[in-house]
Design a protein around this ligand. Structure first.
Ligand code: HSE
Length: 373
């Protein structure tokens, strides 16, 4: 018996989109699961059609109107790789509402509109998959929702932004300021088009919201998660890594510490969730301290399993396309949404979110970096 092919419409042919399109054009038969539908590229929506034709995308697949892919009866799965808030949110919601499966790498939309999108997906019974939204090519959401589903998670921590990790690594190795190494990170395709979200920790906040949804069952409000370390004077410091200086990096290195932008969410005894994304002073020899460059690392402390770690390439087109394509294979196998069999999320208004408490270490800039292990 032949299985109906899964017709895929891709929105966006940027860093990740062009890798996904290329894979679907070049090796679609190899992506077909033995127990699922063939994957067929049926449409690609881009801003600049001429440029996409020049890059080798067949003209007959191209459109500059993403809404046409959403409305088309000849598309079964929407792959949203355009990023940003709107129109991505509306396109994803509309596709889910009309029964299409959606695969996205859009951590902003998933983190900010996850509760609404989950509700629509559940009501319409349309799969919504977003493995690529956290830690690029590192499979972490799938294992959290499936293989670790029998656990009670106490804490999830991670280096989840490749750009800032690349920059902090370069600052430590070469003694350069973060502004000097940012351009380099952008040239390598790690940074967002607007790198503010990377360097201010907002991209990592979005990823922490998504991780927290899977391990704690709530969609946290991104704006409730602090992204500023304290200062020695007691006030909030600069957002993300923007206040980290080469002097801070060197002074902490002299004490055997490494600064990493660490995203942490843990369950407090009173049921609140403590969550922060701040540059953190970690032992240089620790697993997080040794997690260099564009690598991401996520550790989950859970019972009964203990500590489980995930590490690998967290950004860039090739790595992120791996997660998108994996999600397409999952859709082809009828595996449902990324949250798999987890219960529906509870409303964010019912959860108290407060910063992660703990000691900090003073640095020359006046920042006081939380101490991690
Ligand atoms: N700018 C992001 C990062 C891309 O550096 O991690 C992957 O989400």
């Amino acid at each position: 018996m032949s299985v109906q092919p899964l017709r895929i419409g891709v929105i966006g042919a940027g860093t990740v989109g062009r890798e996904v399109v290329r894979a679907l054009l070049d090796r679609s038969p190899r992506l077909q699961p033995a127990d699922g539908a063939p994957l067929v590229l049926a449409g690609v929506a881009v801003r600049n059609v001429e440029r996409a034709i020049a890059a080798g995308v067949p003209e007959e697949l191209l459109t500059d109107a993403p809404a046409h892919l959403v409305a088309s009866d000849e598309i079964d799965v929407l792959v949203e790789l355009a990023g940003g808030d709107e129109p991505a949110r509306t396109l994803i919601a509309a596709a889910l509402g009309t029964g299409k499966a959606v695969v996205t790498a859009n951590k902003h939309v998933v983190a900010h509109h996850g509760a609404e999108l989950e509700r629509i997906a559940r009501e319409a019974e349309s799969p919504l998959r977003f493995e690529a939204a956290v830690a690029g090519g590192v499979p972490v959401l799938g294992p959290l929702a499936l293989d670790l589903a029998a656990n009670r998670v106490a804490r999830v921590r991670g280096i989840v932004n490749g750009t800032t990790n690349y920059m902090l690594t370069a600052m430590a190795r070469e003694g350069r300021e973060y502004a000097d190494v940012l351009e380099d990170a952008q040239a390598r395709g790690y940074a967002e088009a607007d790198p503010t979200a990377d360097v201010e920790g907002l991209d990592a906040v979005n990823k922490l919201v998504i991780l927290a949804r899977l391990v704690f069952g709530h969609w946290l409000a991104p704006e409730a998660i602090g992204n500023r370390p304290g200062t020695t004077r007691g006030e909030a410091g600069s957002p993300g890594i923007t206040g980290v200086t080469a002097d801070d990096v060197a002074a902490l290195a002299a004490e055997g510490r490494t600064i990493r932008l660490l995203a942490t969410a843990r369950l407090a005894e009173d049921g609140a969730i403590e969550a922060s994304v701040v540059p953190t002073a970690l032992p240089g020899g620790s697993a997080f301290g040794r997690c260099d460059g564009v690598l991401n690392r996520i550790e989950v402390d859970a019972a009964p399993v203990g500590r489980v770690a995930f590490e690998g390439p967290g950004a860039g087109g090739a790595a992120t396309s791996s997660a998108v394509l994996g999600d397409l294979v999952a859709v082809a196998r009828g595996q449902g949404s990324t949250w798999a069999g987890l219960p529906a999320a509870t409303a964010r208004s019912r959860i108290e979110v407060r910063p992660v408490a703990g000691e900090c270490v003073a640095a020359p800039s006046g920042a006081c970096y939380p101490v991690g292990d």
